[in-house]
Write a protein that binds this ligand. Sequence first.
Ligand code: SF4
Length: 308
Amino acid sequence: MENKKVVFGPVLSRRLGYSLGIDILPSKTCNLDCVYCEVCKTTNLTDERFRFVDFDQVINEISEVSHEIDYITITGSGEPTLHLDLNILIAKLKKNFNYPIVLITNSLLLRKKSVRKELENLDIIMPSLDAVSQDVFEAVNKPVKGIMITDVINGLIDFRKTYRGNIWLEILFCKGINDGINEIKKMKGIIKKINPDKIQLNTVARPPAYTNTGPLSFSELQTIADLLDNQKVEIIISKPSNRKGEPLTEIELINYLRRRPANFEEINLCFGEQTDITRTMLLDLQKSKKIEKYTYNNEVFFKVCVFD
Ligand code: SF4
């Protein structure tokens, strides 16, 4: 696909402001198949690590970005720790750019000492932990067969012992799946052992891969925050910024929507609030069938088909 690049954005992230994303895996490769995944259902469910991108290409692509950014984030349409040699990528990013380097991960491979070692020079790691019981883990995250949530939890605890950067632990709650009171009570003790710098409570905000769930309300998240009773807990809510950037290009918009659906407001904010230009481009891309519009939770989203 001629428009496919490794670097995308900057994405207006709810947690990181303007974050330049690096997508280092073919879509959609993951060791989980989360019911809430905003990319799509996992087509390559694997726990085997491999090499895929040329790290020098990543550096070249970032060098060409002219937008203002706050962070460089290793993320994308799958689980980034499935890529080998992340220590080499992190070292190259730090050598060439003066931005904090962030990794978003589902935490599974932190159960391996060799992977924990590769990640020790990150500035921020944002690991997920959506469940602490095996049955709830399997229901919400649908992992590769044989992965035990206790091993993942122990990996997070061990990583905290040696890692000097920030750990922002994310828990994403899905209505009726991982929001039971017993699970939350168990989480409370385990979170204390992991001892993250932040605990970020999230819920389904975009169309999920599976339709058997939906979002919690803000007050339900607040109740969970109260049950966790930890001063580091915060609830993630959208905080749109009005900082102006550059007008978007068609390629940038397609690359942005390839990773996750977005509504008009987010797209417009990310690319400089050039409302007329954004609107025209979205219409043109719909006419040429490069993107499509659909509704989730009474909100209109735009997306690119993963297999276009
Ligand atoms: S949400 Fe993340 S960890 Fe879960 S299936 Fe999607 S890419 Fe994988």
